[in-house]
Design a protein around this ligand. Structure first.
Ligand code: SF4
Ligand code: SF4
Length: 339
């Protein structure tokens, strides 16, 4: 039984995520679980741009009673439930817009429900929080499994057992070894999600759905096109590509061998030249985290232990980040150092 429906008779869900976190798979499993385990009709599809890791992805799920056909497959603009897979999206995308006034938001965060409500600036409705990154790291699973567990719990009309069966089916052929950890993540998401209902108190306004108007379109896009979202070709900001881990640089151990530089796919490391014994030498100043996607390949190759794996939220990124200064190269050329 659906707890509520819109004027068309549907219960609608929007998953707000970024490429690489698995929202698409989560949406598919959720819709299928509604059909096989809860005798509902369901429809699911996703929308994403360049299929680049780190760019925004939306997955939509529409449920209806089994006797009702689902005849529309347009994006969900007034969802009953929104699940936000990456906290940083809240500052960069209108992730809660159009949410029903008594709707549910599930946020992947370490914040409590009160801080999460303020962070989301939610007018009213239920705020649910789950530390999906922490659980995923502990259980060696992916964020989508933890979020899926939390969504199932908050929905209340989808059977967890059906979802478990579908998770097994989804992974048994290609990745059977991941099934136990995925099920553990799913169960942890289900049991650890916390929620609170907030009445409308005038603290924040409702955010109506607005059709997206992009600043760059076919008329003014540069030749070859450009992606203007996070992880894009202009700002090259990769913060939403990271899912909890970063390389930590221990300056004293660095021998400036350059292996991290040649391994890093995003030229994250900042170098500068200083004199050593009267001769100029390049010194590694550490990662500029704006460009880092957290793949940790640099940690694997560092021969001196100067790069170690760290949990992002345990560090103040702004404080520990080196900063690229691209003008420095111009200066070197002006100085004639490279001529
Ligand atoms: S690989 Fe390690 S030792 Fe070599 S430059 Fe990078 S951080 Fe320094
Ligand atoms: S984790 Fe290391 S190799 Fe990967 S993007 Fe960041 S700095 Fe580069």
């Amino acid at each position: 039984m659906l707890p509520t429906t819109n004027e068309l008779g549907y219960y609608e869900i929007r998953l707000e995520s970024i490429g690489g976190l698995g929202a698409n798979v989560a949406g598919k499993i959720l819709a299928e679980a509604g059909v096989v385990g809860s005798e509902l009709n369901a429809l699911n599809f996703a929308s994403y741009g360049s299929e680049k890791k780190g760019t925004p992805v939306k997955s939509y799920i529409r449920f209806a009673p089994k006797e009702k056909q689902i005849r529309i497959n347009s994006p969900v603009v007034k969802p009953h439930l929104v699940a936000i897979f990456h906290e940083n999206m809240v500052n960069t995308n209108p992730v809660t817009q159009g949410l029903q006034k008594d709707g549910i938001v599930i946020l992947n965060t370490s914040k409590d429900v009160y801080a999460a409500r303020d962070f989301l600036k939610l007018a009213s409705g239920t705020v649910a929080v789950i530390d999906a990154i922490k659980i995923a790291l502990e259980q060696k699973t992916r964020i989508n499994m933890v979020m899926l567990g939390a969504i199932v719990k908050m929905l209340g009309f989808i059977s967890l057992d059906s979802v478990k069966e579908l998770v097994k089916e989804a992974f048994e052929k290609k990745y059977p070894q991941t099934i136990p950890s995925n099920l553990a993540g799913l169960e942890a998401g289900y049991s650890e999600v916390k929620s609170k209902y907030f009445e409308y108190d005038g603290k924040y306004p409702y955010v109506e759905y607005q059709e997206e108007r992009r600043p760059i379109g076919y008329k003014n896009a540069p030749i070859g096109g450009t992606i203007i979202e996070y992880a894009n070709t202009i700002t090259k900001n990769n913060i939403t590509s990271r899912v909890g881990k970063i390389p930590i640089f221990i300056k004293e151990k660095c021998i400036h061998c350059g292996l991290c530089e040649t391994t890093c796919p995003d030229y994250v490391f900042v170098w500068d030249r200083f004199l050593e014994n009267g001769k100029p030498k390049m010194f590694n100043l550490g990662p500029d985290y704006q460009y880092c996607k957290g793949c940790l390949r640099c940690v694997d190759v560092c021969p001196s232990g100067a790069l170690v794996e760290g949990i992002e939220r345990e560090h103040d990124i702004e404080k520990i980040s080196a900063k690229h200064d691209f003008d420095v190269y111009e200066k070197w050329y002006e100085d004639g150092e490279n001529s």
